[in-house]
Design a protein around this ligand. Structure first.
Ligand SMILES: O=c1[nH]cnc2c1ncn2[C@@H]1O[C@H](CO)[C@@H](O)[C@H]1O
Ligand SMILES: [Zn+2]
Length: 364
């Protein structure tokens, strides 16, 4: 494709010509494709060995002292009953993420891990208020992660941005503090503000002041919604909080009118299939709406949510998309492009990155 043609395509929905839809899709191929990840929690994506080593170094007592046992405790798996049940795993990871050194290390190693599956750009999210148990300040907690990510970029060539999470089930005044921190770090490593945590009983609109601050300062936002609660939650995220993207959106299909709005406004959905089965946002893989969303033309992205807690990688998530929902290689490439388009990267920079990615994808 000529440069000129390429440029014309960027900014529009880019659909690859369906040249050969029967091309094989293997783990090896998926791993090699250039990819982007937009929904990945730092505190849910540590290496199990690192948790053990950090616990030893920091003299933190863990409920298990070997990798296999610990893995069972931080990976609720498919027997997990609910989002609240799933979130219990974070008590363990957070117990060793209360020092700058550990935060730096977790961020650095995450970049090393994603580089191995050719992720070119990742948005890493976490909530700095959950890392203050030993008295660290919010700025130190953020700086440690930013430094780890930067060193990761220097060593492994993966670009990244931080998304700061407010927590639904924590007093909204803390969301406000985190929103202020996000604004202070706009263009300095923070690319957006999010709302995570227990969804049922904790409506997003309680946190709307924080979102208003973010919006008025021209910063991006996303919100976990439609995961452990119905479309009303997505409605609040968009119309009360002004979310530019939706984390999960699994239950969006329950309201066709809202679904059309999301589609018409090209609001990206950060889909995390394995996590959704584990938290029981959907009961079985077969019931996941990802294929429906794609066929309806919604802008979808595929993500891990939590590499450790959900025991997954981006490669695995794409393989699931292929095996359960029949996504072909061309469709997978299309999702990768949609994901790049949905990234919180300044437009011109994103356009240049996208051009390179499209060229690389065309080789497969
Ligand atoms: O899928 C999810 N839904 C809602 N909240 C989540 C999910 N995964 C992780 N967290 C929450 O986000 C916090 C900051 O990273 C984590 O500590 C966890 O409580
Ligand atoms: Zn999440």
């Amino acid at each position: 494709m000529t440069e000129e043609k390429l440029q014309q395509e960027i900014g529009k929905e880019y659909v690859f010509p369906k040249k050969d839809d029967n091309k094989p899709v293997t783990e090896e191929i998926i791993k090699k494709l250039p990819k982007v990840e937009l929904h990945c929690h730092l505190d849910g994506s540590m290496r199990v060995e690192t948790i053990l080593e950090e616990a030893e170094r920091q003299k933190v007592k863990l409920p298990a002292d070997n990798p296999d046992k610990l893995k069972k405790m931080v990976q609720p798996g498919f027997d997990c009953k609910s989002l609240v049940d799933y979130l219990k795993a974070f008590d363990i990871t957070l117990s060793v993420l209360q020092e700058e050194e550990a935060l730096y290390r977790a961020a650095y190693e995450l970049i090393e891990d994603v580089a191995k599956e050719n992720v070119k750009y990742i948005e890493v999210r976490y909530s700095p208020i959950l890392h203050q148990k030993k008295g660290l300040g919010l700025v130190d907690i953020l700086e440690a992660v930013l430094q780890g990510l930067k060193q990761g970029e220097r060593d492994f060539g993966v670009k990244s941005g931080v998304i700061i999470c407010g927590i639904r089930n924590i007093d909204p005044k803390y969301s406000m503090k985190l929103a202020e921190l996000s604004v202070a770090y706009k263009n300095k490593g923070v690319v957006a503000f999010d709302l995570a945590g227990a969804e049922e009983d904790y409506p997003a609109k309680e946190h709307r002041e924080a979102f208003q601050l973010v919006l008025k300062n021209n910063l991006n936002s996303t919100t976990h919604a439609g995961e452990a609660y119905g479309p009303e939650s997505i409605h609040q995220a968009i119309h009360y909080c002004g979310a530019h993207r939706i984390g999960h959106g699994t239950r969006l299909f329950e309201n066709g009118d809202l679904l059309n709005y999301v589609n018409d406004h090209r609001i990206p959905l950060e889909i995390c299939i394995s996590s959704n089965i584990q938290t029981k946002a959907v009961k079985r893989f077969e019931d996941h709406p990802v294929r429906l969303y794609y066929d309806l033309g919604l802008r979808i992205t595929l993500n891990t949510d939590n590499r450790l807690v959900s025991d997954t990688t981006l490669t695995k998530e794409f393989m699931i998309a292929h095996e359960y929902y029949g996504f072909t290689l061309e469709e997978i490439k299309d999702i990768i492009i949609q994901s790049f388009k949905s990234a919180f990267i300044p437009y011109r920079e994103k356009r240049d990155m996208l051009r390179k990615v499209i060229k690389e994808l065309e080789k497969f």
